[in-house]
Design a binder for this molecule. Structure first.
Ligand SMILES: [Mn+2]
Length: 313
């Protein structure tokens, strides 16, 4: 396994904590401001060079910049222009060290929580979701439209992903409910994920195995990992407690998934890919900044993950 951390495009404390924890590879978030143009090679290189200068080699871009992705997922009038920009982004990434893109196909609502301050061990704070607390707006998108928009996107970009050597890793819907309000969600089961990555036959189309999403789908996570083994390009190491209608995040050693056992399953099935901790608690002394992505929780989570990786290598 290749230990990574999820880092924003400009240096902050999480870069220092990653480096001090022994992380050498990055999952990077591209800038989301209007000034950043993912189709401009010099701007993309400026971001990746900033990481390299600090000793972090970017391997994965996550997610697709929202400015592009939202149009692609809803299939609106800016869709083709956005797809064209994404194709140019892939051409640019070919010139960097980041040859995988983690993307999702959640339209309108992204990953969604209804609370960011639930109590976890010792008074740490975590995010959670309770369907009855979710407040939907009037937006309606059908499952048929979502599948059609997904297929349109995949068929347009996969030939270029192959040309430029870029792997596209589909992240499941979080939470994996059939809809949020009137907006359908289509990647909420192992079967749906399999259907999605077989829309075209390509070695460049696979999955981000966000293990807690598969757990919340109600799938057997070990079975899912084995089924998808040769299609797993990237792993989100994450733990939770509850079900898709009502769950909370947890410390990585304090949820319902057996994390060490999962690592054994990955190892025994030849899954040797970049992995990052996902959704950490906010710890004592911190204020909730970006819930799930604050700094101190990573110290514990990365150390715990690193220990498990080392025990299987
Ligand atoms: Mn995830």
């Amino acid at each position: 396994m290749i230990l990574t951390d999820y880092l924003r495009s400009t240096p902050d404390i999480t870069w220092d904590i990653a480096l001090q924890s022994g992380v050498k590879h990055g999952v990077i978030r591209l800038p989301e401001d209007d000034a950043f143009d993912p189709a401009d090679l010099s701007q993309v290189k400026a971001v990746t060079d900033r990481f390299l200068a600090r000793g972090i080699t970017p391997l994965i871009v996550e997610p697709l910049p929202n400015a592009l992705h939202d149009h692609i997922k809803t299939g609106d009038g800016l869709r083709d222009e956005s797809i064209e920009k994404f194709i140019r982004l892939m051409a640019n990434l070919k010139e960097t060290t980041a040859h995988t893109v983690c993307f999702n196909f959640m339209a309108h609502y992204g990953w969604t929580r209804t609370a960011a301050n639930l109590p976890e061990r010792g008074g740490a704070k975590v995010t959670g979701f309770k369907l009855e607390d979710f407040e939907a707006d009037p937006t309606v998108i059908s499952a048929e439209s979502m599948w059609s928009n997904y297929e349109y996107f995949i068929k347009a970009v996969i030939p270029y992903a192959e040309k430029y050597g870029i792997k596209l890793a589909l992240h499941p819907d979080d939470p994996p409910l059939p809809s949020l309000g009137g907006v359908a969600r289509i990647f909420t089961s192992l079967d749906a994920i399999k259907k999605g990555i077989n829309v075209v036959k390509s070695e460049n189309l696979g999955v981000t195995f966000c293990q807690a999403c598969y757990y919340l789908m109600g799938e057997n996570v070990e079975f899912a990992a084995k089924e998808l083994a040769d299609k797993i390009f990237f792993i989100h190491f994450r733990n939770v407690r509850g079900n898709k209608f009502d769950f909370s995040e947890t410390f990585h050693d304090n949820g319902e998934l057996d994390m060490a056992r999962l690592m054994r399953v990955y190892t025994e099935n030849g899954i040797d890919v970049p992995i990052r901790v996902d959704h950490v608690p906010t710890l004592a002394g911190e204020t909730i900044g970006q819930a799930g992505y604050d700094a101190l929780g990573r110290l514990f989570a990365i150390g715990y993950l690193k220990g498990i990786i080392d025990s299987y290598s």
